[in-house]
Design a protein around this ligand. Structure first.
Ligand code: HEC
Length: 169
C-alpha cells in the first residue's frame, strides 16, 4: 500500500513538471504595448486585430526570422450585425466591433514545440486560445493552428509577415 502511494506520488510529480513548462505560456497582458499592425474582417463575421512585439517588426523589415520571445496576439471581436444577421459596415466599408470573443496567441521560445512530430512542428512556436477573460482555453488544441501556419515555414510560420514589413513602428 505504501509502495503504491509512493508510486502515485511520483506520477503526480512528473505530471506537475510537464505542466510547469506549459504554464509559462500565460496571457500576454502587455500585448497592447506592442504594435497594432493589421485588422482583418473575416468571413466568419468577426474582426481580428493583430499586435506584434516590437522586435518582430524590426526582424521582418530586415527579412529575418522572428527573435526568441516574440509574441503575436490576435484579438477576435464579433462583428456588429444588422437585423438580417449580416455585418454592419462603417463609412470605409469595414466591419464594426461588437463584443470581444477571444484571443489567439502565438509565441516563440527556445525548445517549445519539441513534443510535436516533425511534419507538424512549427519550429519553436506554440499556439494558444485565451478566453475573453484571459484564461487559457485548453479545449482548443494547437493542431489546426500548426497545420494551417506550417506552409509558411519560409517566413518563420508567420502568415502576416508582409504586413509586418509594411507596419509603422
Ligand atoms: C485555416 C488557417 C488558419 C488556422 C487554422 C489558424 N490560423 Fe492563425 N492565421 C491565419 C491567417 C491567414 C493569418 C493572417 C491574418 C488573417 O488573415 O487573419 C493568421 C495569423 C495569425 C496570427 C498573427 C501572426 C501571423 O502568423 O500572421 C496569430 C497570433 C495566429 N494566427 C494564431 C493562431 C492560433 C492560436 C491558431 C489556432 C487556435 C490559429 N492561428 C489557427 C490562418 C490560420
Amino acid at each position: 500500500m505504501a509502495a503504491l502511494a509512493a508510486c502515485a506520488g511520483l506520477a503526480i510529480g512528473v505530471a506537475v513538471q510537464v505542466r510547469a513548462a506549459n504554464d509559462k505560456f500565460t496571457f500576454p497582458a502587455d500585448y497592447a504595448s506592442g504594435v497594432e499592425y493589421l485588422s482583418v474582417d473575416k468571413p466568419s463575421k468577426q474582426i481580428h486585430v493583430f499586435y506584434a512585439s516590437r522586435g518582430a517588426i524590426e526582424a521582418a523589415k530586415a527579412g529575418k526570422p522572428m527573435p526568441e520571445g516574440t509574441v503575436f496576439t490576435g484579438v477576435h471581436y464579433n462583428a456588429k450585425l444588422d437585423a438580417q444577421g449580416n455585418p454592419e459596415k462603417d463609412a470605409n466599408g469595414r466591419f464594426i466591433r461588437a463584443d470581444l470573443r477571444q484571443y489567439a496567441v502565438m509565441r516563440k521560445e527556445k525548445g517549445w514545440g519539441a513534443e510535436y512530430p516533425a511534419d507538424k512542428r512549427n519550429g519553436d512556436w506554440e499556439y494558444r486560445i485565451f478566453t475573453a477573460d484571459r484564461q487559457w482555453n485548453e479545449k482548443v488544441g494547437a493542431g489546426p493552428c500548426l497545420d494551417c501556419h506550417l506552409p509558411k515555414s519560409g517566413q518563420d510560420f508567420v502568415m502576416s509577415y508582409d504586413n509586418l514589413k509594411k507596419a509603422g513602428q
